[in-house]
Each structure stands twice: as C-alpha cells, then as structure tokens.
Design a protein around this ligand. Structure first.
Ligand code: DGY
Length: 316
C-alpha cells in the first residue's frame, strides 16, 4: 500500500510508515500545487496533508484508493470532512500533543505585545540604549488583569492554566459552559461581556461556519482601549482588516498574530505597526511537538490501513 506525504515531516513518523508501506514523501521546499498533489494521490491508500493543503471534493476524488486523510495539524478546516466521510474515507488530526506548545506561543505573544519586547530588542540591537530611563518602553501590566479566552478547549485551558500563575482574573466564552472551569477559576460569560471586560483576549477556538468572523468590526469595537488581542487559532475568526483599522488608530493597545485571515498574506499595513507582533504560524513549532505529531499521523494511518478505526478520527 502507498502513503503520500504532501510535505516532509519529521523522520520518526515516516520511518514507522516505511516499515509497512511504500512511502512517497515530497522532499522539496517549494509547495506542490494542488494539481501536482492530485497526480501523486492517484494510487495512494493514505495521504498526510498539511493545514494549507486544500483538501476539497476535487482533491478527495483524485485519491481513487484513498482510505485515510491524516492531517498534520490539530485544525482540519482545510478538509471537506463531510465529503470524505460520505465517501467512507477517514479524517484524522493531531490533538493533545500540540496543546502546551501552542499555549506557550499565545503567552509569548501576550508578553511580547504587552511589554514591547520586539521594538525594545530592536532598539538595543541598533545601539540606541544609552542607559536606564523612567519612560523607556513602558508597557502594560499583566498581573491581576482580566484574561478573556475565546474557545475553552484543550488549548484554551492550557492558556488559562498559565494565566493562573500571573494572578489573572479569567473569563471565557465557549459554545457551552465547560464542566471543569472551576479548576481554572474561570467564569463563563457571553461574548459581548468578554470583549467589554478583558484586558487580554486569547483566541483558541476552531475555525467553523459559526466562528468565521466571530470578531467582526462591530464586536471588535467593544474592546477596551488598553486591550491586547492574540490569535493562535485560525486567522478567519477575526475580520483582519477591521482589526488593523483599530490598531492603526490606537483604539486598542496591541495584537499578537500567529495566524492570518488570508495566510500567508498579511493585511497590508500591519507590518508597519509597532503595537503588533507577527509570527509565521509557529504555534506547534517545537522539536518535541512536531516529532509527536509525526508519530501520531503514522499511527493513525497504520490503524486505518490495518483495518482498524484510527485513534484520532475527527468525528467520534
Ligand atoms: C494546528 O495544528 O492546527 C496548528 O495551527 C499548527 O500550528
């Protein structure tokens, strides 16, 4: 049986797959086009996809023998899951293993934006540091402030756990109240309240039809003037242009982006603002996590091709 991997992933998972199957790994740096991927998919029994691969009906139909689509990500909004399911093709993701790494990046963004780490570093490198000054790079306090978490799943909870160490008041909004919110001292509130009361907001929800532009212009206008918003989930949850306008006009204090509405494109002008931090979607990018993700996709494929239900099926 053949496994096609659309972009190279750490060796650990590939080696597991090679013990059992023929593995066709795309080794190039430049991304394959959809057409090229579909060509290589023709005789594949399994495919490892990346979050930017457009796994739509056409793509799925190209895999005539396909039994499983193993996404190398926790998010799977790039896949037409309903269609795959209809065709009897499994879809799996990589949950849990990237929770802590992604929560760390949310916090890296909160700290970097609040304390102006990037401009301060640039200033020092440029030889502008002449000595301590009372007004040099004043930022925003974090201790004791209110953190609003949108999406209280695994990653949202990991963000909350870190916030407890910062003595923050934690409020959250989710599709429904989560049962163990008491563990995080977190209070369930409606979205409007969260936006009006939070000093820091972290987005940790999946991208779905319901969360697309959840933070639209109108809702973004509820944010406090000192608010800092970070997004490590999916770009289209925010109307990026509307957020840019707020940032440009100083209507909120800052924002940290790991993801973008039209990734890899960035709303023009964002790069000129010094109250934003712009990362290239590195939430899960630690050596340890990426190894675990690689093993996880391999295990799911082995499950499926050996006739079992894969362990990380996205529908339960
Ligand atoms: C995911 O796995 O969905 C993340 O966005 C990758 O960093």
């Amino acid at each position: 049986m053949k496994v096609f991997i659309t972009y190279k992933i750490p060796e650990s998972g590939i080696n597991l797959l090679k013990e059992k199957f023929d593995v066709d790994v795309y080794e190039g740096e430049k991304f394959l086009t959809k057409q090229e991927m579909m060509e290589r998919l023709k005789d594949a029994d399994a495919v490892v996809t990346q979050l930017r691969d457009p796994v739509d009906k056409e793509f799925i139909d190209a895999g005539k023998k396909l039994k499983i689509i193993a996404n190398y990500a926790v998010g799977f909004n790039n896949i037409d899951v309903e269609y795959a399911k209809q065709k009897g093709i499994y879809v799996t993701n990589t949950p849990d293993v990237l929770t802590e790494a992604t929560a760390d990046i949310a916090w890296a963004l909160i700290l970097a934006v609040a304390r102006k780490i990037i401009p301060a570093d640039k200033f020092t490198r440029e030889g502008k540091f002449e000595g301590w000054k009372p007004n040099l790079f004043l930022g925003y306090e974090i201790y004791g402030k209110t953190l609003g978490i949108i999406g209280m799943g695994r990653i949202g909870k990991a963000v909350a756990r870190r916030a407890m160490g910062f003595g923050m008041k934690i409020i959250y909004h989710n599709r429904k109240r989560v049962e163990d919110d008491y563990k995080y001292n977190a209070k369930y509130v409606d979205l409007e309240t969260l936006l009006k009361e939070s000093d820091y907001i972290s987005i940790n929800a999946p991208l779905t039809n319901e969360t697309y532009h959840l933070l639209n212009k109108e809702r973004l206008s509820l944010l406090k003037k000192n608010a800092i918003l970070v997004n490590t989930a999916r770009g289209p949850i925010i109307d990026e242009k509307a957020l840019y306008e707020l940032l440009k006009d100083g209507k909120i204090a800052g924002a940290g982006f790991d993801v973008y509405e039209n990734e890899p494109e960035i709303t023009k002008g964002l790069e000129k603002l010094d109250n934003v931090v712009l990362l290239p979607h590195i939430g899960s990018a630690t050596y340890e996590t990426r190894e675990k993700m690689s093993i996880m996709v391999a295990e799911n494929i082995i499950d499926a091709l050996e006739g079992k239900i894969p362990r990380n099926l996205v529908w339960k």
